[in-house]
Design a protein around this ligand. Structure first.
Ligand code: C2O
Ligand code: CU
Length: 446
């Protein structure tokens, strides 16, 4: 079994209370009411070592049911947190204990998997430390990028979904607004808006590690740090050969780890540019500098520089299969088109719209290929639960990922995985509004 780190005997315990929460927005830090874990957005950082037992006690104080999903971690099926697929939803006022052995190191995300709750702020970082850290760094920052709707001028995720459902389907697509179908008034990094940004404090000479997580519901971000290049070290938590770029593109649910050397004293824009238009930011500030921060809408030149692509990613996990070369042909291939439905706001995988969809049956031990073709006009970040897959990029060292952005207008992706974690696993678009409108299937085996 590939992703079953040997037990350390250590137990890490956390409590998550899903309930109303406030976020402060803008210069005046005006409070808006939303939902979050333990009263904040993002929720508390959960950190464990690989092989530890993680025990998370979840209390539901929302007015609707909930579940928690450990995005990217191939946990045992019963702990995966998908309502009606791996567990009954946790009703209002009740609680649920998640417990599993943490299978593999990396940068992950936990979030509610119920309805549109993720878009209200029910998410947080999940960091798994390896037994031996290979990277050498002085500082680490975990940055969660988010598009923000809730609580502003009376808007809500439910209202946004209703608006989408009322748009005639011919009008749909990125012609409207880039990669997002909804106009988000705010973009946040760690729950902070561009007018009230987070400060990343460094000293000259520091080696800095960033853990970047796209927790947005509908937004593809381009991330760059003014005045610095980034060395990408991990994709979706898994090690890749180091590659130097100016900017990184993250679909919803994707993560990258990147390092840089603090060798350019000053105050710099850390920017998360939404492909649909707006900007989230933080400030990188060297100790001792008196420089003013760049203005909120400043776009560093690096955003237009060399952008990381999937072709740049070469697996360095040394991990078990399916490894390129020893993966000579899948045992089973599913060819699946990604497209919009015929009537109204509906999205399909292989022509079927969840929950009116057949399971994708596989057998334990099989090498499975999902061959995707995007026949729609918008990109879809496709995410598989419970497994890493190889994103075939014809380098001979295709990277391991759990979420992959499939480009619009006949964009393709081939995802190869080994069926080594039996259960019922959701495979879906991580655009929350697409998932809620049918863009999901269940990969099933016992
Ligand atoms: Cu982020 Cu179905 O998950
Ligand atoms: Cu989608």
């Amino acid at each position: 079994m590939p992703y079953r780190a040997p037990p350390t005997g250590r137990v890490r315990e956390y409590d998550l209370r899903a309930a109303a929460a406030t976020v402060a927005t803008g210069k005046d830090r005006k409070e808006i009411l939303t939902w979050g874990y333990n009263g904040s957005v993002p929720g508390p950082e959960i950190r464990a070592g690989e092989g530890d037992t993680l025990r998370v006690f979840v209390e539901n104080r929302l007015a609707q049911s909930t579940t928690v999903h450990w995005h990217g971690l191939p946990v045992v099926n019963g702990m995966d947190g998908v309502p009606h697929v791996t567990q009954p939803p946790v009703p209002t006022g009740e609680d649920f204990s998640y417990e599993f052995r943490v299978p593999v190191a990396g940068t992950y995300l936990y979030h509610s998997h119920f309805g549109l709750q993720l878009d209200r702020g029910l998410y947080g970082p999940l960091i798994v430390e390896p037994r031996r850290e290979e990277l050498d760094y002085d500082r680490e920052f975990v940055l969660l990028l988010d598009d923000w709707l809730e609580g502003l001028s009376g808007d809500s995720p439910e209202a946004a979904l209703r608006r989408l459902q009322q748009t005639p389907s011919g009008m749909m697509g990125p012609s409207m607004m880039g990669s997002s179908e909804t106009r988000y008034p705010l973009y946040m990094i760690n729950g902070r808006t561009a007018s009230d940004p987070l400060t990343l404090a460094v000293r000259r000479g520091d080696r800095v590690r960033l853990r970047l997580i796209n927790a947005g519901a509908q937004t593809v971000f381009r991330f760059a740090v003014g005045g610095h290049r980034l060395t990408v070290t991990h994709a979706d938590g898994q090690p890749v050969e180091h590659v130097e770029v100016d900017a990184v593109r993250l679909g919803m649910g994707e993560r990258y780890d990147a390092m840089f050397t603090a060798d350019a004293p000053g105050a710099w824009q850390v920017s998360a540019a939404a492909e649909s238009g707006g900007l989230g930011r933080a400030i990188l500030r060297y100790s001792g500098t008196l420089d003013a921060a760049p203005p909120p809408d400043h776009r560093p030149a690096e955003l237009g520089g060399r952008l990381l692509s999937y072709r740049d990613l070469r697996d360095a996990s040394g991990s078990v299969a399916p490894r390129d070369g020893i993966f000579d042909g899948p045992d089973r291939t599913y060819r699946l088109t990604l497209s919009g439905g015929m009537g109204g706001y509906e999205w399909t995988i292989g022509g079927q719209s969840y929950p009116d969809a057949e399971p994708l049956e596989v057998r334990e031990g099989e090498r499975v290929r999902l061959a995707l073709e995007n026949q729609s006009m918008i990109a879809h970040p496709m995410h598989l639960h419970g497994h890493f897959f190889r994103v075939e990029n014809s380098t001979g060292h295709s990277p391991l990922k759990d979420t992959v952005l499939v480009e619009p207008h006949m964009g393709r992706a081939e995802l190869d995985f080994i069926a080594d974690n039996p259960g019922e696993w959701l495979f879906h678009c991580h655009n929350l509004y697409h998932m809620e409108s049918g863009m999901a299937r269940v990969v099933s085996y016992r």
